[in-house]
Design a protein. Structure first.
Length: 96
């Protein structure tokens, strides 16, 4: 579990990032979770954009992604979900 201090630090680090993935009307599927998993292993911190044609709750989507990839939800702001998972092989971010 992330502490408040760690979440603040990760929000600061994620500020300049652009969303890499988009969740559209088809929602989340196994292939998307696999791609998210690989990307989290390489980058550790990513943003996912929820498109307006997706009518699911973004909090539910964030929970599904976090559970499917073993990641932590750092922040949900607007239609953007920020996720973090410590990399096993390619560690880049040192949490406070």
């Amino acid at each position: 579990m992330l502490t408040g201090k760690q979440k603040r630090y990760l929000r600061k680090e994620a500020h300049h990032l652009n969303p890499i993935f988009q969740v559209g009307k088809s929602g989340i599927n196994k292939n998307m979770l696999d791609q998210l998993d690989e990307t989290l292993e390489k980058r550790e911190l990513i943003k996912v954009s929820v498109l307006q044609n997706n009518f699911e709750d973004k909090n539910d989507l964030a929970e599904q992604i976090a559970k499917g990839t073993d990641a932590y939800i750092v922040q949900i702001i607007g239609n953007i979900i920020v996720l973090y998972r410590e990399s096993l092989e390619d560690k880049q971010i040192d949490l406070p």
